[in-house]
Design a protein around this ligand. Sequence first.
Ligand code: FAD
Ligand code: FES
Length: 282
Amino acid sequence: MARTTSPAEELLYNPCEAEIISVADLTPDEKLFSLRMTDNRPLGHLPGQFVQLSIPGYTEAPISVASSPTRTGFFDLAIRRAGTLTAEMHRKVPGDTVGIRGPFGSSFDLTAFQGKDLLLISGGCGLAPLRSLIQYCQDCRDEFARVAVIYGARNPDALLFKNDLAEWRNSPAFDCSVTVDNVSGGDCFYGSVGLLPALIPPLEVIPKNTIAVVVGPPPMYRAVIEELKKKGMASSRILLSLERQMRCGVGKCGHCTIEHLYCCTDGPVFRLDQVEGVRGAI
Ligand SMILES: Cc1cc2nc3c(=O)[nH]c(=O)nc-3n(C[C@H](O)[C@H](O)[C@H](O)COP(=O)(O)OP(=O)(O)OC[C@H]3O[C@@H](n4cnc5c(N)ncnc54)[C@H](O)[C@@H]3O)c2cc1C
Ligand code: FES
């Protein structure tokens, strides 16, 4: 029978086996999985990219890589229990195997970041893809000027990566601010209380030397972008990571399109000026 895909294409379509090395609870709904490819090859990702995670009988889903390529021998996935596949993933234990395709999608342009002030802003689950970039900044600190990490969640229980946040807050390498929308009586919390966009006005921003990266839920994008614009930031200096429902992950099925853009191959990382005129993008 005639071959319909080349060997290179098959690498895009066929999941490779990865072993779960460790599992840790992040919140009641999110777990952090460390994995390694069972053939020991590096995943080969860049910050901002995603993989297609699969479990036989439980379909496939795009998941951002949550660790930096500078941390070798493993890669991290932070997974929220949302539906069929992710619920099954939450039942997995170290030693179990899963399928991985990718890495796929656009990444943060680390060359363009060199020598710049970075504003790394995330809300909720958005810290997962951003953690890859933050760890990269930690490991290659000399490549960048000032680095500010700004993170917001609904409440203290919903904060992802609490250990990392504590480390970043205590690190001289970063300026790290954390806020939650609200706290209740018994909560022990060290950050500020209020909506994330309120952390932007007090920042000292030099628009011509700053790149802002924003990852989070859609309502957060609008408010954060408005505050960044008030600081004089041009759209070409604001990067976003957009999530859409995906199937193939490689630009073939059309499930992830936003007008002419394919979220899986043109994105998930976009410059704001690429998407601000595109209906339904933000
Ligand atoms: C580029 C990218 C990166 C992602 N990174 C992560 C990550 O790091 N961690 C993580 O937990 N999840 C991530 N997701 C979301 C994850 O892929 C979906 O939640 C996925 O549907 C889960 O599969 P499931 O079979 O468990 O849930 P499903 O059974 O598919 O459904 C769960 C529910 O979520 C809805 N849904 C499905 N996909 C999306 C989507 N993209 N956006 C909004 N709602 C959706 C469905 O309509 C349904 O209501 C990412 C998505 C994209 C596109
Ligand atoms: S997910 Fe199939 S084209 Fe993007």
